[in-house]
Design a protein around this ligand. Structure first.
Ligand code: NDP
Length: 244
């Protein structure tokens, strides 16, 4: 999707790989100045070569204090994509405290924290903005061994709606994108058994998983003025799974 974000500054978390990386590339190509936030510095080095001029920030978003230090003075941001997440696959009876805490800290608490930093700046400047939270279709449906991950994403639904309600009067929109499987590193991990992957794909009315580009296009739409009257919503990019 070709949109013009010239003159705007965007911040993307989880920018090193997968959906976040391609979101940075698309925003950069559309004229935005981009702050790219991730955990592995080598990913930022290679991304900076592909997208000259981006502002790399290396931080573990699961660490509140480190995030405050890295992003507390990030400056004006108009567009925010909360994309970083981890998935730990465990059945309910085997969920560990470490996996639960880590998942909620990275997938949900960092969304609250980074959004607070960015939204406070928007309000102080009197500037409008758009925040897009990358959720999942498993915010709405169960999936084997994903109880912790899907709980973070369903909590994100209410975070998104409540943020939209409180920030709407400041002309800040907040929405989510809810994809089905996308075969990034994360998506491959969740569908590593070939037979499970095949059967799962067949349950989708479109008989396929989503492509990274499909998700990025939806993110760009929600960031842009083309969705000017949409807030507190989630857009499914699920190849029809929830309709099946
Ligand atoms: P990837 O695992 O491919 O990429 C995730 C990125 O986030 C990596 O660059 C990773 O860095 C970064 N990241 C993870 N933890 C942290 C952290 N603590 N601090 C900073 N950066 C971090 O995932 P996807 O691109 O597939 O997923 C992107 C989003 O899409 C996520 O929110 C995910 O939940 C969602 N989603 C993905 C689906 C899929 O099937 N792939 C389906 C539905 C939703 P590093 O590698 O260095 O840890």
């Amino acid at each position: 999707m070709k949109l013009n974000f010239s003159g705007l500054r965007a911040l993307v978390t989880g920018a090193g790989k997968g959906i976040g990386r391609d979101t940075v590339k698309a925003l950069h190509a559309s004229g935005a100045r981009v702050v790219a936030v991730t955990r592995t510095n080598a990913d930022l080095v290679s991304l900076s070569k592909e997208c000259p001029g981006i502002e790399p920030v290396c931080v573990d978003l699961g660490n509140w204090e480190a995030t405050e230090q890295a992003l507390g003075t990030v400056g004006p941001v108009d567009l925010l994509v909360n994309n970083a997440a981890v998935v730990v696959m465990q059945p309910f009876l085997e969920v560990t405290k470490e996996a639960f805490d880590r998942s909620f800290n990275v997938n949900l608490r960092s969304v609250l924290q980074v959004s607070q930093i960015v939204a406070r700046g928007m309000i102080a400047r009197g500037a409008p903005g758009s925040i897009v939270n990358i959720s999942s279709m498993v915010a709405y449906v169960t999936f084997p061994n994903l109880i912790t991950y899907s709980s973070t994403k369903s909590a994100m639904t209410m975070l998104t709606k409540t943020m939209a309600g409180e920030l709407g009067p400041h002309k800040i929109r907040v929405n989510s994108v809810n994809p089905t499987v996308v075969l990034t590193d994360m998506g491959k991990k969740g569908t590593s058994d070939p037979e499970f992957r095949r059967k799962l794909m067949e349950r989708h009315p479109l008989r396929k998983f989503a492509e990274v580009e499909d998700v990025v296009n939806t993110i760009l739409f929600l960031l842009s003025e083309h969705s000017a009257s949409t807030t507190g919503s989630g857009i499914l990019v699920d190849c029809g799974y929830l309709a099946s």
